[in-house]
Design a protein around this ligand. Structure first.
Ligand SMILES: Nc1ncnc2c1ncn2[C@@H]1O[C@H](COP(=O)(O)OP(=O)(O)OP(=O)(O)O)[C@@H](O)[C@H]1O
Ligand SMILES: [Mg+2]
Length: 455
């Protein structure tokens, strides 16, 4: 109705200012035949529209700037709201599209993974196949190498790449002289393991001469770890057999399937034979005096420098690979236990013992090194020093009338440090050291503890 009034030019003059203002506000949108757009209003080209010109003419004459501004404000406000609406609509549309895309991408991925799951055999099967294929490819080479005379084997291994490095660098022993062959990438290294330089020199000499050797000593003095860490640092493969009295020849050498008492089927190498076949390997015969002497004698032929083993089922002759040596580790030196503390340690056959070039006693760490080790394991320096001092009094009194029958081990001392603070010091000492020692030591250990600890 207002629109019609305004369109008739003659009637414009009869309208009051207020009516004109309302007419102008209402007519801006209508003037463009669509929802008003800010750019439309600002563009003088659009001002050619009859209605617009009429309204403009009328309003310029009769409207104050304030009323005119209000009319414009309404149009602009409406344009902004419209733009916001459209923008919100667009955002929602985009969000929907993204969601739809995500859903279809997930579907596609699931489809692919269903497909590959269906087509893919289990992972260990694949690994097994790869391992078998590699083993099969190398078997002829391995066999001809095993069958080759020792001199040729030696040459093959000598020719294989080994790096000469300084002992100082390989064993983190500043000032230590000499060089050593490193066979491959380092194994699992315990950065806290402290090498006794004297023992290390003997061991490196034995490796150079391809000699076996025997380590003996108190429990927890680091015999097992010495062999493991030696191998790890030199990049040599380590094969460890832990002996006990139930262990039979088949357990360490190998065997085939047994049916009705007969050995049948495929031969499976035991740990010792695997080591025999591996150039540069260290075979650790751990707790070896716990093994039965009559079974251990079967190792005699292997322990010799040109050692061989003939596999009973197949007749295959396995030569001791170049650079491979045996290290025996035990609490005893193989001549039985005189202390009565290692009841399962056997007297070894002397022909077996004779095949180890030397026997070396592994002792507890010197005081300062034990203190440093405990600090590295988390002990407060003052506590570490006090503990090692007290433990060394216990160790010094072993065998004395008022002393314990066995010294506290490094394992026990490290356990004390781990549990320190969980109870009174005396209770921690009882749990980690006294209760783990023979009952004959208990009184002496407690007495030393009470006299030394609080001083
Ligand atoms: N020299 C050392 N430096 C650092 N840690 C050591 C050292 N000696 C022993 N240890 C630590 O003490 C623990 C016992 O060592 P290991 O098992 O080698 O002793 P062992 O002499 O073989 O004992 P057992 O006679 O009971 O078999 C290990 O946790 C080892 O890391
Ligand atoms: Mg050991």
């Amino acid at each position: 109705m207002i629109k019609e009034m305004i369109v008739k030019q003659s009637e414009l003059e009869t309208l009051s200012k207020e009516e004109l203002a309302r007419a102008a506000a209402a007519l801006f949108p209508a003037a463009f035949g669509q929802k008003p757009r800010l750019d439309h209003l600002q563009d003088p080209e659009n001002w050619g529209s009859t209605t617009f010109v009429q309204v403009k003419a009328a309003s310029q004459e009769v409207l104050t700037p304030a009323v005119y501004g209000q009319a414009i404000g309404q149009v602009v406000g409406s344009a902004v709201r419209d733009a916001e609406d459209r923008l919100a609509g667009k955002i929602q549309q985009i969000a929907q599209e993204v969601t739809a895309l995500g859903v279809s991408a997930n579907l596609a991925l699931k489809g692919v993974s269903d497909l590959t799951d269906a087509a893919r055999p289990p992972l260990d099967e694949v690994e097994g196949l790869v391992r078998n294929a590699v083993a099969a490819a190398f078997k002829p080479l391995q066999e001809s190498l095993n069958a080759a005379p020792a001199e040729i084997q030696r040459q093959v291994v000598e020719a294989s790449p080994r790096e000469l490095k300084s002992v100082e660098e390989v064993f983190d022993l500043p000032g230590e002289k000499g060089e050593v062959e490193v066979w491959g990438p380092r194994g699992e290294i315990d950065p806290d393991y402290i090498f006794n330089p004297q023992l290390l020199r003997m061991a490196l000499k034995a490796l150079e001469l391809r000699d076996n050797f025997w380590l003996f000593g108190e429990r927890g003095t680091g015999k097992t770890q010495f062999a493991m860490q030696l191998a790890a640092r030199l990049g040599r493969k380590i094969f460890r057999v832990s002996f006990d009295r139930t262990m039979e020849r088949l357990d360490f050498l190998g065997g085939g399937g047994v049916e009705n008492g007969d050995t049948v089927g495929v031969w499976q190498d035991g740990v010792v034979l695997l080591a025999m076949r591996t150039p540069g390997a260290i075979c650790l015969l751990d707790e070896v005096a716990r093994g039965k002497p009559e079974y251990l004698v079967a190792l005699n032929a292997l322990l010799e420098p040109g050692g061989t083993y003939t596999i009973p089922i197949t007749g295959e002759v396995v030569n001791r690979a170049p650079g491979m040596i045996f290290i025996a580790a035990d609490n005893t030196d193989g001549n039985g236990d005189e202390t009565g503390r290692y009841t399962n340690a056997n007297q070894m056959d002397s022909s077996f013992l004779d095949r180890f070039a030397f026997s070396e006693e592994v002792l507890f760490l010197p005081v300062q090194q034990e203190v440093d080790l405990l600090i590295r394991k988390g002990a407060d320096p003052a506590l570490a020093k006090k503990l090692v001092d007290m433990i060394n009094v216990c160790r010094a009194k072993v065998g004395a009338v008022d002393g314990p029958v066995e010294p506290p081990s490094l394992r026990q001392v490290m356990a004390f440090v781990r549990y320190y603070g969980s109870d009174t010091d005396e209770m921690v000492f009882k749990r980690t050291i006294i209760n783990k020692s023979s009952s004959m030591s208990a009184e002496a250990l407690l007495q030393i503890f009470t006299s030394q600890w609080e001083v």
